[in-house]
Ligand binder design. Structure first.
Ligand SMILES: [Mg+2]
Length: 276
């Protein structure tokens, strides 16, 4: 059984800054400071981490546990309206091709898909609601589970294990995100990692974090299916089949991509091949 964990912001959807506006309003209520989110980068960090940073930036002090709960409560209260605003102003997007991928994976008996997100659970559901994607996810790890992203992912896998009542080894887990923090968290947990460059991640940091697959989006599903080990590499080499490459450079290349694709991008597989 393969477990595939999806990040939300920049991977499944773009919510047009709804989360940022929601947090700005919560901080304004509590600390009287406007537009706090313009003062630090939020991308890829868990909500808990962002709320803590926002509080420190706005008040100069670490928040108490009670203040964190209060900020979460206010954020979740403001979020639905902000998501609605994004939808109305046509700034809410589903990522290109991701619905096709979710649909295809949800039909497979050998794959289970879940969320691996920094969003609070309630926030995740509010953000995903307009996309209709919630029906695909039976479980997840959320920003309320931990401030540390790798622990969020491990929590998701623990929940999958409970649901399936089978053992899941780290090599069975595939994490898809859009920032280097998704990749670093996946690696910390010993999971496979891939990223889309069309989200919110910094291109240079993403590249350096070394995901096994880096693609603009999901418009071509072929490389995603190869990466997930659900179809064979068009050139006949699948992950882990190479033994003792000749040079460290080859090792770095194959180890990172799992694919024998030389200098060229992965050649697309036809739909017919994908269906087999
Ligand atoms: Mg993201």
């Amino acid at each position: 059984m393969k477990i595939v964990l999806f990040d939300i912001d920049g991977t499944l959807i773009k919510a047009g800054g709804a989360g940022l506006r929601g947090l700005n309003l919560a901080v304004k209520d509590m600390c009287g400071v406007d537009d706090i989110c313009s003062k630090f980068p939020l991308q890829g960090a868990t909500d808990k981490e962002n709320f803590r940073t926002a509080h420190i930036r706005a008040s100069g002090r670490k928040p108490t546990a009670r203040q964190v709960r209060e900020m979460e409560r206010r954020y979740v209260k403001y979020l639905p309206k902000e998501v609605e605003k994004s939808v109305r102003s046509k700034n809410y997007f589903k990522m290109k091709g991701v619905e096709k991928l979710l649909n295809a994976l949800s039909k497979r008996k050998d794959v289970m898909i879940g969320l691996g997100t920094g969003n609070l659970k309630e926030g995740a559901f509010i953000k995903l609601k307009p996309s209709g994607f919630m029906k695909y996810f039976a479980f997840g790890g959320y920003g309320c589970d931990s401030r540390i992203r790798s622990r969020v992912l491990m929590k998701a896998v623990g929940r999958a294990r409970k649901l399936l009542k089978i053992g899941i080894s780290p090599g069975d887990v595939y994490v898809i995100g859009d920032t280097h923090k998704d990749i670093e968290a996946a690696k910390d947990a010993g999971y496979h990692s891939a990223a889309v460059t069309g989200g919110f991640g910094d291109a240079g940091l993403l590249q350096r974090s070394g995901p096994e697959l880096l693609a603009k989006d999901f418009s071509d599903l072929a490389p995603w299916f190869v990466w997930l080990g659900l179809v064979k590499d068009p050139k006949g080499i699948t992950r882990g089949t190479y033994i003792c490459p000749d040079s460290p450079i080859e090792h770095a290349h194959y180890g990172r991509t799992g694919l024998n694709r030389g200098q060229r991008p992965i050649s697309p597989i036809s739909d017919t091949k994908l269906r087999k």
